[in-house]
Every structure is written in C-alpha cells, then in structure tokens.
Write a protein that binds this ligand. Structure first.
Ligand SMILES: [Mn+2]
Length: 352
C-alpha cells in the first residue's frame, strides 16, 4: 500500500497537486484494501487521511499509521475536515464527484479545483504480482465454467436458465462475485453485442455467445466464447473463422511498446479486409482489474501505449443485425515479448 501511495504522490508532484481527494471506490480499495460504502481519502504531500463513519471505523483503524483515520459524523464531515485543514486548492476525480458534493466543496470550503482524474487509474493499469494472481484465479474459475457449459447447453433451455447455471457454477467454484451481469444470447440475438439473457429457447442451428467473468479478492476476469448448437450454415462458419483469425492476429501482435490504437487496428483491418468492417462497431479491448473496464482502452481513438503487466482483453466481433453475431474474447497479461493468455478455453469453433 505504501508503494501505491508513493506512486500517487509522485504523480501529484509532477502535476503540481498539493492535495488530492480520492472518491472513486475502486481507487480507494486500491490504496487501502478497505471496502466500505462510506469513505473519503485525502492525500497531501506529507499526510494520508481516511475519513469514514462509525460502521467502518474499527476496520479502518487498522490502516494506521499509514493513514490518519478520521471518524465522521453529523458534525465532522469531509467539508468541515477540509475547511479546518486549510486546504484551499484541491484536486478531485471529476468523473466521481457529484454536483451536490462539488457545490458543498466550492461554497466556502475550497477556493480552486484541479483535475486528479486518471492519476490512480494510470497506476492501476500495471498490475503487481498479487493482482495478477487474483485475476488468474478468477479466470481459472471462468474457464471451468465454460467447460461446464459445454456439457450443459442443449436445445430447449432458455437463455435465462443457461445464464443462471453458469453464474451458479462460478459462485460455487470459488468466485466472490460476478464481474458483471452475464451475457448469454443465442440465435438471432447474438447480433446484440451486449444482449441480456431472455426467455428465448436455445435451438439447433443457433450460435450461443457467452460473455462472462467472476471476481476473486475484488479482481475480475472477462472472457467470451461463441459456440454452435447442432449444425451451422456456411455463412456462420465463415464469419466465425474471420473473427477467430482477427482475434488471433490481435493476440499475436500485442506486446509492450505497441500502441493501443495499433493493437485495435490489427483486428479491425483484418475484419475490414474481409468486407465486414461495418459489423465491428466496438473497441478491440480494455484493461481489467478491480473494474471490468479500466485503463488502457484498445480502440481507434486511444493514445495509450501497452506496458508490461497490463491485463487486457482482445475481443473483436462481427454482428449482423437480424442474422447472427460472433465474438471471441481472451484475457491476457502484456509482456515484453507478447502476451500470456489467461484464457485456456479453446477458440476453434465448438459445435455441440
Ligand atoms: Mn470485455
């Protein structure tokens, strides 16, 4: 934790920030290991403060002496605390401060604001060993879940039933939580990149796309596989192969030093060269950690550069409205020579 806080202080110094209010929950967890629904962190050049209420004070007290823990109540709030501390200029996480909080800060507490957005996220993008370990565990459970679904999926089940089975499996095999609401869509509904499981019945000839993950120690996994039920058409086979080859090309190209935009372009160009570029309308991937979508972003607009020990997804897809869609997503650690692919499930087309 000390090391993480030091990195924040270095970044604050480089940006000319004297005091930084950290209000984004995942950033707070990253800097404290402390989970609560009521927490404010203030980092200054010399001090670290954690403010919380009665419900969490006993657990928070264990963070001393790294943090000066302040008990808040009706009379002592983040606003009275900042006013008393004499902090006049404050960096905030502008994406994670409500208008109401901003108003209370600006009315007689803080004279001027500056942006602290992205400081902690940039540090979080590069994972340490304990973080990689948790993500690997979460992905191992997800791979087992995929394997289980290959036995379980059959015509006659609904998407909702199948999604529930997968979620139960993940939770009963060591997952603390789901990474996000499971996407499990079939047939014509696979053209919806983020469709939610419906009462639609799985039928022979359907593609089934499962995009799912789970969390271990707060760290998430994320993977997608598209499988087929019974037989499929030549067009389905062709589109699947294009997505698989685009996804494989992306995985093969990625290494530290490559720009996120270039990584995206590898997958995008492959699909465009096959004449299907119009059906790939989302980014190629994203960082994964305490959040399922975090820095870096792999898309056409990204200015970020891939670095060693970033954990990212590679997930091109093709979605043909009213017909079908295919997405294949791996989760990988970026290294100097390439990637360590954490997803062990096969990506050759599986026909059940
Ligand atoms: Mn993803």
């Amino acid at each position: 934790m000390q090391n993480r806080i030091n990195k924040v202080k270095e970044s604050m110094k480089a940006k000319g920030i004297g005091a930084f209010l950290i209000s984004k929950p995942e950033n707070q967890v990253y800097l404290t290991g402390f989970h609560s629904s009521n927490c404010q962190i203030v980092i200054t050049e010399d001090e670290n403060y954690l403010l919380t209420d009665f419900r969490y004070i006993e657990a928070a007290a264990e963070l001393a002496p790294l943090y000066n823990v302040v008990l808040t109540d009706h009379s002592i709030t983040i606003y009275t605390f900042l006013k008393q501390s004499g902090i006049e200029k404050l960096a905030i996480e502008e994406e994670h401060l409500s208008y109401s909080e901003y108003k209370q800060l600006s009315e007689g507490v803080i004279c001027s604001f500056q942006s602290g957005g992205g400081i902690v996220e940039t540090i979080r993008a590069i994972k340490d060993e304990s973080e990689l370990d948790a993500i690997m565990k979460a992905q191992q459970i997800a791979d087992l879940g995929f394997c289980h679904m290959l036995d379980y999926l059959k015509p006659g089940l609904t998407e909702k039933e199948a999604a529930f089975e997968l979620e139960m499996f993940l939770r009963s095999h060591g997952a603390d939580a789901l990474s996000f609401d499971t996407i499990l869509v079939s047939g014509v509904r696979t053209s919806l990149p983020h469709g939610t499981p419906s009462p639609k019945i799985l039928e022979k000839g359907d593609f089934i796309t499962m995009d799912f993950g789970c969390a271990v120690d707060g760290y998430r996994s994320d993977m997608t596989r598209t499988v087929a039920l019974g037989s499929i058409s030549a067009e389905q086979r062709n589109v699947y192969d294009i997505v698989m080859r685009a996804q494989t090309a992306g995985c093969n190209a990625i290494r530290s030093g490559l720009s996120c935009r270039e990584a995206d372009r590898v997958c995008r160009d492959y699909i465009a060269d096959e004449g299907l570029g119009v059906f790939f309308g989302h980014g190629t991937g994203h960082g994964v950690g305490l959040e399922v979508h975090e820095a870096p972003t792999l898309n056409t607009k990204s200015d970020e550069i891939l670095k060693e020990n970033m954990v990212i997804t590679v997930e091109p897809g093709i979605y043909m409205p009213k017909k079908f869609g295919v997405r294949i997503e791996d989760l990988a650690i970026v290294t100097a020579s390439g990637i360590i692919n954490l997803v062990k499930s096969d990506k050759e087309l599986i026909i059940l």
